[in-house]
Design a protein around this ligand. Structure first.
Ligand code: 2RA
Length: 339
């Protein structure tokens, strides 16, 4: 019979998208507990014509819950994830808290579902499955079908990341700043210390001693874990751009075996969760707006990397909705595997 669910962080951008995706995919559930911070406790929300009262998250929130979806930041996951597991729940965690834990599967359902094959609902033993970072998911949805065919040796990724990755408040700030700048006013900079509207800047994640920021190192480390290849060479530059909810990524791939662009295009056309938008004649390629609020990741600009010999390199351009496939949809697809 259908599982009982709990959503931790239900009022956030991803929490709200969980509800949309559950409804869109007619996910079978017997009950849902809507959990958030004290600030939101007591508020009503309607979902699928049923009225719910949001409850304050506490350590008793998981009694009898089969699947808990977390999207309330790493500290909440660290504190309450283990409590949910102790109650026998299976946790799908959207935060980065446990992604690199060797006992925690890091899963993109179209890429490495086997990594969570040992986890069963109502087994009496809880578990935690980590949802990868959005820029990793969007990148690997396109790169993996090619990797399976010609084995990626090296990947160079440049990302153009949307405001939604920094949360609903960042989206609101981008909207506000855009209006202020157009009215000749000083932009309000609360979330980001610099002007965001009509500007781009290096991703706001902390910069590490090696000069990479945390967002870039997530792409490097998560790719190696998901592809189960600690030798793969990955480098990344992550940039925040004034776009609302979809990331774009330029990806250069170097393969062990030759892979020509038409074969690559055919492989991507057949790949689950991917749509190819690659019309050179009309210069029509993926855009953030075109993928926003959609499930599929769009791939285009598929071309041989002319800097490499013998068809061993490809350049592609990818766009994907950060809140949907980058977070909520991927987590619900993980939950579907548990059914
Ligand atoms: C970002 N990947 O886009 C982060 C959100 N998890 O900032």
């Amino acid at each position: 019979d259908a599982p009982s669910l709990a959503i931790v962080g239900v009022t956030g951008a991803v929490g709200q998208e969980f509800l949309s995706v559950l409804s869109d995919r007619a996910f079978p559930y017997q009950s849902i507990r809507m959990l958030a911070s004290k600030r939101s406790a007591g508020k009503h929300l309607t979902f699928e014509d049923k009225d719910y009262i949001i409850e304050e998250l506490n350590q008793d929130s998981f009694n009898g819950i089969d699947i808990v979806l977390f999207s309330a930041g790493g500290s909440i996951s660290k504190e309450f994830g283990p409590i949910a597991i102790d109650h026998g729940s299976v946790v799908v965690d959207n935060s980065s808290a446990f992604r690199m834990d060797e006992n925690v599967p890091l899963v993109i359902p179209e890429v490495n579902p086997d990594a969570m094959a040992h986890i069963k609902l109502r087994s009496g033993k809880g578990a935690l499955i980590a949802n990868p970072n959005c820029s990793t998911i969007i990148c690997l949805m396109a790169a993996t079908p090619l990797h399976r065919h010609a084995k990626v040796m090296r990947m160079v990724v440049s990302t153009y990341q949307a405001a939604s990755g920094a949360g609903a408040a960042a989206m609101e700030e981008l909207d506000l700043q855009t209006r202020e700048v157009l009215q000749g006013k000083q932009p309000t900079c609360k979330i980001f210390k610099q002007q965001y509207a009509f500007n781009i800047f290096s991703h706001n994640a902390p910069v590490l001693s090696n000069g990479y920021n945390e967002e870039e190192m997530k792409l490097v480390k998560e790719t190696r874990k998901i592809w189960n290849d600690m030798n793969i060479k990955v480098t990344a530059t992550c940039i925040r751009v004034p776009v609302m909810r979809a990331h774009a990524e330029s990806i250069n791939l170097q393969f062990e075996k030759p892979l020509d662009e038409s074969t690559a295009r055919d492989i991507l056309k057949r790949a689950a969760g991917v749509v190819v938008i690659d019309d050179r004649a009309s210069n029509h390629f993926p855009t953030p707006l075109e993928v926003s609020n959609k499930d599929d990741v769009a791939v285009g600009r598929i071309r041989q990397d002319l800097s490499q010999d013998g068809n061993h390199g490809l350049d592609i351009f990818v766009c994907g909705d950060q809140i949907r496939k980058g977070a909520a949809l991927n987590a619900i697809q993980i939950a579907e595997i548990l059914l």
